[in-house]
Each structure stands twice: as structure tokens, then as C-alpha cells.
Design a protein around this ligand. Sequence first.
Ligand SMILES: [Fe+2]
Length: 233
Amino acid sequence: MHCHILPRVDDGSKSIEESLWMLKKEYDDGVRHIILTPHFRYEMFETPREKLEERFEELKALAEKELPSDLSLHLGCEIHTSMDMDECLKAGRRLTMAGSRYVLAEFSGNDIKLYIRERVEKLLMSGYKPILAHVERYRVIRDDPAFLAELRNQGAYVQVNADTISGRDGLGARWFAKKLMKDDLIDFVGTDGHNSKDRSPEMGKCVRQMVKVMGEEYARRVLIDNPADIIRG
Ligand SMILES: [Fe+2]
């Protein structure tokens, strides 16, 4: 539910071939439903919605031909938060997650609590369900996990990257992810895969580590049941 597999729209996949490789990798790791979430960020990635949808249909058609039929693809967006994001969502200029009310919201690493709280509140008031993208990257959350609990009580959902959980992003990251899992502060996990090399999607490694630390029941809830809620709307 967080990846950059859609080709040539952001800093993710560079070609349709690379996208197919990534989809196949996800499938081999056991993934059966993927929400593609290209970046939208002012002055960096401003691909219009129509273009994303067009590219998505192309990839989907190819995946249907080349990959097993039980792999289903959906379109979403990782929206870097801005003051106009809720207006853009309401006007249909930005994509929610798979057509649901869930919105994958990205903050900058140094954003302050006041701003994060305010943006979350605005999305909630507008009837959206904000999912905080890769929370392990935000300084105020690493410094104070209680702030994450506060945001969750406010109504936000929490996403952590697969590489943080598996340890591929380092032992410090893995330790932090373990703490978040033990404190039951994680709602969703995404690969945040960007390519077929150093940032390939690695859900398999994450699943093994999660089951080892938390058991199968927990892994099922976070990796299957919760994201199914997004797809079901
Ligand atoms: Fe991302």
C-alpha cells in the first residue's frame, strides 16, 4: 500500500520493464494486492491525475497479460502535505488510496508537531482518513513515540516501511520498528519500493521478521486485514 512501481512519474520505476520486475518480485514475496502510490510533491513531482490514471491502465493491462491473474492492482498517491491538499482532494485533483477515503500523507523529516497535528486535523475534518507515511522518518516521532500515539488517538493511521521492520535500513531502524510493533502503534506496512536495485520491494524479509517478533496473528492483521479495509473502501 506504499510503493513507487508506476513507471516514469516520480523517482520510482524508470521503465515498464522495471515495473513488471517489481510487480513480479512482490508477487513472489506473497503479495496479492498492490496499491501503487506515486509521489505528489510541489516543485518535484507534479504529475497530473489524468496522466497517472493513463499510465496505471497501461501497466495494469500489461500485468494482466504477463503476471498471474490473482494479482490485483490499485491506484493511490503519496501526497506530500501542503496547505491546499484537502482542497485538491475535494476537487478530485489528487488521488486517495484506491478510491477510498484513506489518504497517504507524507511529511518532511523536520516538520514540527504543530504542523503535523494541524494537517491531520484538517484532513479528518474534511472526511478523509489520513495515513502517515513512513512515520519512522520524522524526527518528532523518533524523539517522542508518545506523539505518534496522540496522532493515532486523534484519528490518524500509521504506516511503517518494510525495510525498517526487516532491518534492511539498519539495526537502529529495526529496533525502533520493534518498539512500535510492541506498543501496537502500526496500522499498515508498505515496501516503499522505488526500483529493482537498492530500493527494491522486499516484503518477504519484513514478513519473516514480523512473524518472528510478533507472531502470525499480528502479521495477518497488519499485512492483510488492515490493508483489505482500504481496498474495500
Ligand atoms: Fe514513498
